[in-house]
Design a protein around this ligand. Structure first.
Ligand SMILES: Cc1cc2nc3c(=O)[nH]c(=O)nc-3n(C[C@H](O)[C@H](O)[C@H](O)COP(=O)(O)O)c2cc1C
Ligand code: SF4
Ligand code: SF4
Length: 255
């Protein structure tokens, strides 16, 4: 067993690591941006595939990862895990359908509600205490999910036809353009100090330092990692100002 994941603000990383630990303490969780990720997945028959939901869809980087490694999925048993702030409809189903197209056997799907990761939009912002409560509920769901799997019962979140209709009508139909391509909309304000942190953490290598300031390219997968980490709060994407930097480790440190 092995896990593969994309995580911007740490939610998905926490969920997949917890689930893997409960299922098989020796199983590795590999970040999708790791150069040898495909090579590491190759020998494993069972893969936990995890990602954050964006507009009831999968991030472009996740879609591309599946396509680039299309020869890898045949006959693999895959459990899709989608983390989300509130609702996705068929979040797990989105990757499941694509993986199935390339020959994977989808054994299950799990939707895990976690704190919202969009740092520069007020909607869905909760207090740290509320976020901690959400994380505790998520942890219980992961524990239940692992127990079920150990007994041969897999969750089926987001895999049914009515989930697909809910995802489509709930958001995807109206926001499909947002996740069609990589974004070129990242904004970096002049409060940037040129510390270079964002250039080191971006899973798409979409940021560089130019004349002592960060500059963004056109290949942002909207993960919000740089936005949530920038010490100067200089980066925004969907909104125009950083309201609160969202990070899983920030909430749990308060425990
Ligand atoms: C661009 C963007 C779009 C999002 N769209 C949704 C959405 O449609 N539904 C939802 O419930 N959460 C949505 N979220 C919230 C994230 O899916 C959620 O916070 C997730 O757990 C983040 O995981 P991460 O920390 O591993 O990146 C969105 C987040 C981002 C950055
Ligand atoms: S992390 Fe922020 S301050 Fe540092 S280089 Fe990037 S944008 Fe500038
Ligand atoms: S530029 Fe920032 S938000 Fe975009 S993919 Fe890179 S780290 Fe994520």
């Amino acid at each position: 067993m092995i896990g593969i994941y994309l995580s911007g603000t740490g939610n998905t990383e926490h969920c997949i690591k917890k689930l893997l630990f409960l299922l098989d303490k020796t199983a590795q969780a590999v970040p999708m941006e790791q150069k040898d990720a495909g090579h590491l997945l190759s020998p494993h028959d069972f893969i936990v595939f995890a990602y954050p939901i964006q507009f009831s869809n999968i991030p472009v980087m996740v879609r591309d990862f599946i396509k680039i490694h299309q020869n890898l999925w045949k006959h693999k048993k895959i459990l899709c895990v989608a983390t989300m702030g509130l609702f996705s409809g068929d979040g797990a189903g989105c990757a499941a359908r694509l993986l199935k197209k390339y020959g994977a056997e989808i054994v299950g799907g799990s939707h895990i509600r976690m704190p919202d990761s969009i740092c520069d939009v007020k909607l869905l912002k909760r207090s740290p205490e509320q976020n901690l409560k959400i994380i505790r509920t998520a942890d219980r769901k992961i524990e239940k999910c692992a127990e079920g799997i150990r007994n041969g019962i897999y969750p089926k979140d987001g895999l049914f036809f009515y989930d697909r209709i809910a995802g489509l009508l709930g958001q995807r139909l109206w926001y499909c353009r947002k996740t069609k391509n990589y974004s070129d909309k990242l904004k970096i304000s002049n409060v940037c100090t040129g510390c270079g942190l964002c250039t080191q953490v971006c899973p798409m290598e979409n940021l560089i330092l130019k004349n002592g300031k960060a500059a963004a390219g056109k290949h942002c997968t909207m993960c919000y990692r740089c936005i949530s980490l920038c010490p100067a709060k200089a980066i925004t994407l969907l909104g125009c100002a950083v309201i609160e930097q969202c990070r899983y480790d920030k909430y749990v440190k308060r425990r």
